[in-house]
Design a protein around this ligand. Structure first.
Ligand code: IDP
Ligand code: MG
Length: 140
């Protein structure tokens, strides 16, 4: 079983569609191995998105991600990383396939409802960024 890190972002939290998104995650066969809400500081958001530092959208992304608490989850499934990215849809919701979360819930390329790790090394880093060893084993 593979694990990936999922985030429900502030636009989706403000729209009160967290429950619908979690329903879709469970309907798609993912196990939610750990979950919590956190309010990122600017510094923490910059750390999480450090690979995008210097890009034109970086400052908007950081202020967006710190607008409200976010929901962070470890999702587990066979091919979880790719499966979760499929369920999310493309970064730009205007290009996302029907039936994807970004098509259904996102507003713009920045305010795009959900996050998912993009590769095994990224998933490992992102899970360790948010969840301590205690949190990772507490749900087994
Ligand atoms: P991803 O979330 O689909 O993996 P990334 O390229 O890793 O997309 O970008 C991280 C986040 O930065 C996106 O989810 C989105 O919120 C924001 N973002 C990415 N590209 C753009 C852009 O071209 N304009 C504005 N915001 C962007
Ligand atoms: Mg990414």
């Amino acid at each position: 079983m593979e694990q990936t890190l999922a985030i429900i972002k502030p636009d989706a939290v403000k729209k009160k569609v967290v429950g619908q998104i979690i329903d879709r995650i469970l309907q798609a066969g993912f196990t939610i191995r750990a979950a919590k809400t956190v309010r990122l500081t600017v510094r923490q958001a910059e750390g999480f998105y450090v690979v995008h530092c210097g890009k034109p959208f970086f400052d908007n992304l950081i202020s967006f991600m710190t607008e409200t608490p976010i929901w962070v989850m470890i999702l587990e499934k066979t091919d979880a990383i790719e499966e979760w990215r499929q369920l999310m849809g493309t970064t730009d919701p205007n290009e996302a396939e029907p039936g994807t979360l970004r098509r259904d819930f996102a507003e713009t390329i920045t305010r795009n409802a959900v996050h998912g790790s993009d590769a095994p090394e990224t998933a490992k880093r992102e899970i360790l960024f948010f969840f301590s060893e205690f949190e990772r084993i507490a749900h087994l």
